[in-house]
Write a protein that binds this ligand. Structure first.
Ligand code: HEM
Ligand code: HEM
Length: 263
């Protein structure tokens, strides 16, 4: 939303934590991650594949509605930039002094829009391909079999393009973490970001009035993750999420695949 040149030595500062990502965005994001990873890593598992795809259709539709109706960082207008701003951010980021943004930065925003639109198109083509090949899904037998091959080819292309975008997304998260000395992944879990005091907050958001109670093991751990070593902590957290949550969840879902009714 509002921007300011990122000062160097941010690691040493103690910027207050502000609730930036609302609950909807956070739950939405992690469901999307699991649904996508399930489809992509286990694409041969039917009917799990279309079920996870239906979930993605619902997630993308609700995110679009939320982008227009919510307030704060999740609103599309909070991260809508002109191409010139995206290029300027990229140039500054390469020289190591990019501006700080309350919501997604211009490069992150470009990636978010690319991910959301490619997910939507890939799912829609998947629905058509499912109808042509299996006469299943919401389109039933509406799509002629003759289109099957082309639809599956286009759908496969979308799926692999998404995988490339996701790799780019993860590289972007790691890069921004390094650049801004902030644990972006933790922020997607807790909703809290360290916003410099100099940045005027949008309506509805506020800096905490009094210092939070920082005693206890959990707050010490969170402080360590967020302030002391945000870069290493981001990488560790990513590994933990992938190995400790995403892969076991996929394993579980594959286990229940055989009892899922085909639709
Ligand atoms: C973003 C979500 C999705 C991704 C990333 C994805 C990805 C893929 C990939 C990588 C393949 C493998 C193609 C190959 O054989 O090489 C595939 C096949 C397929 N997908 Fe999806 N898919 C998604 C959503 C859906 C949805 C929503 C449906 C339908 C309800 C669907 C139906 C199919 C069908 C029918 C095939 C062809 C299977 C076959 O006969 O080989 N997909 N998808
Ligand atoms: C372990 C894997 C992943 C991690 C650690 C991760 C992390 C993040 C982080 C930190 C953000 C916030 C970026 C910012 O502050 O600007 C974000 C946003 C986002 N990510 Fe991921 N991501 C992962 C996988 C994925 C996948 C697989 C997808 C989609 C297929 C995805 C789609 C998105 C989208 C759409 C947003 C924007 C959130 C919104 O505004 O609703 N992410 N991700």
């Amino acid at each position: 939303m509002t921007k300011l040149l990122e000062p160097t030595e941010r690691r040493k500062r103690r910027d207050p934590e502000v609730k930036v990502w609302d609950r909807f965005v956070r739950i939405h994001h992690w469901l999307l991650v699991i649904a996508f990873a399930t489809i992509y890593l286990e694409y041969k598992k039917f009917p799990l594949h279309p079920y996870a795809g239906y979930l993605i259709c619902i997630l993308i539709t609700t995110r679009i509605i939320w982008g227009f109706t919510s307030k704060g960082a999740a609103r599309f207008s909070a991260f809508w930039y002109r191409p010139a701003e995206m290029l300027a951010y990229c140039r500054d980021a390469l020289s190591g002094k990019a501006t700080y943004y309350y919501s997604h930065n211009p490069m992150g925003a470009a990636m978010v829009y690319a991910l959301l639109s490619t997910l939507l198109v890939t799912c829609l083509v998947g629905l058509l391909a499912y109808s042509a090949s299996q006469q299943l899904g919401p389109f039933g037998a509406l799509i002629p079999d003759a289109w099957e091959e082309q639809l599956i080819d286009a759908h496969r292309l979308g799926g692999h393009l998404l995988a490339i975008l996701v790799v780019g997304h993860l590289c972007g998260v790691v890069w921004a973490t390094w650049l801004h000395r902030e644990n972006y992944v933790l922020a997607m879990l807790t909703g809290l970001r360290r916003i410099p005091r100099a940045i005027p907050l949008p309506a509805g958001a506020k800096h905490p009035e009094k210092k939070k109670d920082t005693t206890g093991l959990l707050s010490s751990l969170l402080r360590w993750l967020n302030f002391k070593h945000p870069f290493i902590a981001t990488l560790l957290l990513m590994l933990l999420i992938i190995g400790g949550v995403i892969l076991p969840t996929i394993h579980f879902l594959v286990g229940i695949n055989k009892v899922l009714p085909a639709y």
